[in-house]
Design a protein around this ligand. Structure first.
Ligand SMILES: Cc1cc2nc3c(=O)[nH]c(=O)nc-3n(C[C@H](O)[C@H](O)[C@H](O)COP(=O)(O)OP(=O)(O)OC[C@H]3O[C@@H](n4cnc5c(N)ncnc54)[C@H](O)[C@@H]3O)c2cc1C
Length: 368
């Protein structure tokens, strides 16, 4: 242990969570090391990055939308300026309403004061004319965005590499050691190791008792020559404009799956949904799968291990990493450097059950 280099934080995983946490810790002048290996199932590199004020069939308002989105936009803009990239795109969403019930629900919701600023019922559909199949009616969502998450983590990885703080390797949980309130791993002796492994956290012996309910998602990247859609379309699936003629088309959400790879049957299903949506030809360019770190109570996981506070977690961004990520990465960073506390509804302490024999909801399996 004597030869180990002292550092402040080791971050395991460089998806959206690990990248944003490192971003804020570095702004606090902390010494950070980032370990990541591109494992199957990782999600940030294939996500659409949609930021949506109102989601789902029930047309529900996204949790803490205003404050989370304002902070997210500000953070992504700062990262854009720092790395010289473009990642935040303001984009409206037009949503097909497939029957009378969906239409009347839409009109009913959009009359609520909380929803009125985000919902409209007369979208300008000019860029879609003659290129998509009709729907019963259309609604429009305002104040939405698309965040180029793959570009964000790729550019940030290059930045970490240039700073010599990035290490491409699989983290081996068995190599963790504890010494005088610090934690040793490989060549480092850190104040803390913070795990940001996305859905792979279910294999982490220290945090795998947390109630993850991970979901597999598959999508296609398609070329639609000359489509020139200026908004995100939600018809039989989401079609998100990327660049030139390239579009993100997806996705699925499955709780039960055998592996983390793309499957032929889902590819066929996605193509079928695209054919129901588009009336012009398209070409499939790629097919990807990822596993979302979704959780039982739909709130992120932030905090420290109950018996080994040298270990922490920032995870559970679920289906909404693009909007949740920046705000809670900053909250986790502030908490770690002693500048703030964690909100009770995201702190993993919410799962502790010390009154039960045996202690905590999640147990430490590392040898002391
Ligand atoms: C199909 C699909 C569509 C989505 N669309 C949206 C959307 O429109 N809007 C939105 O906000 N969110 C969306 N999401 C969700 C979004 O992708 C996640 O919220 C977010 O990207 C999760 O980031 P993460 O860093 O927690 O996990 P990940 O991106 O999976 O990153 C974890 C990283 O840790 C690495 N890792 C894990 N274990 C180890 C280990 N032992 N050693 C080394 N490295 C390790 C992994 O390889 C990976 O690189 C979508 C997800 C999917 C699957």
């Amino acid at each position: 242990m004597e030869t180990q280099e002292p550092v402040d934080y080791i971050i395991v995983g460089q998806g959206l969570a690990g990248t944003l946490l490192a971003h804020f810790l570095l702004l606090e002048n902390q010494q950070v090391r980032v370990i990541d290996f591109p494992l199957p199932g990782r999600t940030t590199g294939i996500a659409a990055g949609i930021v949506n004020p109102v989601t789902g069939r029930r047309i529900a308002k996204s949790w803490r939308f205003e404050e989370l989105t304002a902070f997210a936009k500000q953070t992504y803009r700062e990262i854009e300026a720092m790395l010289g990239i473009e990642i935040w795109h303001d984009r409206q969403i037009v949503r097909a309403l497939h029957n009378n019930f969906e239409e009347s629900e839409w009109l009913r919701r959009s009359a609520f004061p909380d929803f009125a600023a985000y919902m409209g019922d007369e979208p300008d559909m000019r860029s879609f004319e003659g290129k998509i199949h009709p729907a019963h009616a259309w609604g429009e969502l305002f104040q939405c965005a698309q965040v180029a998450l793959p570009e964000l983590i790729e550019s940030y990885r290059e930045h970490f590499v240039q700073q010599s703080i990035f290490f491409e390797e699989i983290f081996d949980y068995q190599q963790v050691g504890f010494e005088n309130g610090r934690v040793g791993y490989g060549q480092w002796l850190a104040k803390k190791i913070i795990f940001c492994e996305g859905a792979k956290a279910v294999e982490n012996p220290s945090f795998n008792k947390l109630p993850f309910i991970v979901t597999k998602g598959e999508l296609l990247l398609v070329r639609i020559p000359g489509a020139d859609f200026d908004k995100i379309l939600k018809h039989h699936l989401f079609l998100v404009p990327l660049k030139n003629d390239l579009y993100w088309a997806g996705s699925t959400s499955r709780f039960e799956f055998d592996d983390m790879f793309p499957t032929e049957s889902v590819r066929e299903w996605l193509i079928g949904e695209l054919e129901k949506t588009l009336s012009v030809p398209f070409e499939v360019v790629a097919h990807h799968a990822g596993v979302r770190p979704t959780v039982a109570d739909l709130r992120p996981f932030l905090g420290l291990h109950p018996t080994h506070p040298e270990l922490g977690i920032f995870n559970g961004l679920g289906t909404k990493g693009a909007s949740l990520g920046p705000f809670f990465a900053k909250q986790m960073s502030d908490f770690l450097v002693g500048k703030g506390i964690l909100d009770a509804d995201v702190d993993i302490a919410r799962f502790e059950q010390p009154q039960k024999p045996g202690g905590h909801f999640f147990k430490l399996n590392h040898p002391d």
